[in-house]
Ligand binder design. Sequence first.
Ligand SMILES: [Fe+2]
Length: 235
Amino acid sequence: MKIYLDRRLGDVHDLISFSETLVCVQEYYPDAVDYRPEARLPVDFRKLDEFEVNKYTASLDELSIEDELDFVAIFPCDQQSEQALDFSPFLSLSPVAALDPSIDDGDRPSITVDRVSGLRLGLHLDSWDGLEVSSRWKSRNRIVVNRGPADRYVYLVPVPIEEMAESVASPEDLHPGEVADAYVRNTGRAPCLRMLQPANVAYVCCTERLVHDACVRAGGIRAESRHYLGHFVRN
Ligand SMILES: [Fe+2]
């Protein structure tokens, strides 16, 4: 799994950083009382070395339709394009579904809240389409646009859920979200990438196959994000 970067966004070292340290949120952040038990988040990010740059990143020019849905990409997206659902150079092979926008503050370690319990999730797998692990490659991916004004950070564990299932006991008895949770809990030094998403920048990712979360860059201002589900491929 690679992140394909639109070079207009600048240098890879300014956009992507790396951690191998996942912490238990409730232990690491004393004020994190509204997290689910066992929630994990990455800390201690550092710059990628040259080996990791080649392993985890590539130029958007190198992405093709042959990569199907198995990629992450980040690219500029202005308001006009978003209103027209013109996510060039990506197009969706299925109708695009817009989810509710969200507005998040920079005062929390991460933003995703479980709709049922109201607790923050930390690293997690989405399940909009609800497919089993072996069929997740068919799930819709998503485009998330940051409308600002604050920058966002997106956390990604670059290990697809199918690979996670290989190192978890009896994955067939677990929901894919539980497979992801078990992997994250049991893997002390799981790699995690942090992608800077400035205002008016969008990313594409299959969040039903890749464990993720996001936060707003600290500093007290908010960021509005807009979410679109589809089968987005490189045009
Ligand atoms: Fe999510």
